[in-house]
Design a protein around this ligand. Structure first.
Ligand code: SF4
Length: 122
């Protein structure tokens, strides 16, 4: 069973100025409690070695992954190795969202819209 979409927030080590106005915990709790999500988690840096290992651990065929972080093209490029290793097509299973330089409210809205878009395609 593939279940609801998963939400993964990547916050650039927590030091990136692009996320300085965002309350990650509010965002995660909103996704967990208000949206039809399987789970919502935060990772400090998905594009380095332990991020690759994390992807390899959790990726499986079927479920959708909504990923908050940097530019979608950057995400695709940086996660490529891990996805290729697992045989998962990034374009089919990931909704990458650029949440940089947003307030918490703006990020909530963008993530909500992504989840609603996915529920319409079910
Ligand atoms: S994947 Fe993007 S948001 Fe995450 S740490 Fe790397 S550059 Fe930052």
């Amino acid at each position: 069973m593939q279940g609801n979409p998963r939400f993964i927030m990547c916050n650039c080590t927590g030091e990136c100025p692009g996320f300085k106005d965002m309350n990650f915990w509010r965002l995660l709790n909103y996704v967990r409690n208000e949206l039809e999500s399987e789970y919502a988690i935060i990772h400090p840096q998905l594009c380095v070695d332990d991020g690759d290992r994390f992807w390899e651990e959790i990726l499986k065929p079927g479920p959708m992954y909504v990923v908050g972080g940097c530019d979608p093209r950057m995400q695709k490029k940086m996660f490529r190795t891990a996805f290729e290793k697992k045989g998962i097509d990034f374009d089919k299973q990931v909704i990458p969202l650029d949440l940089r330089s947003m307030s918490t409210e703006e990020a909530l809205k963008k993530v909500k819209d992504a989840f609603e878009g996915l529920s319409k395609t079910k």
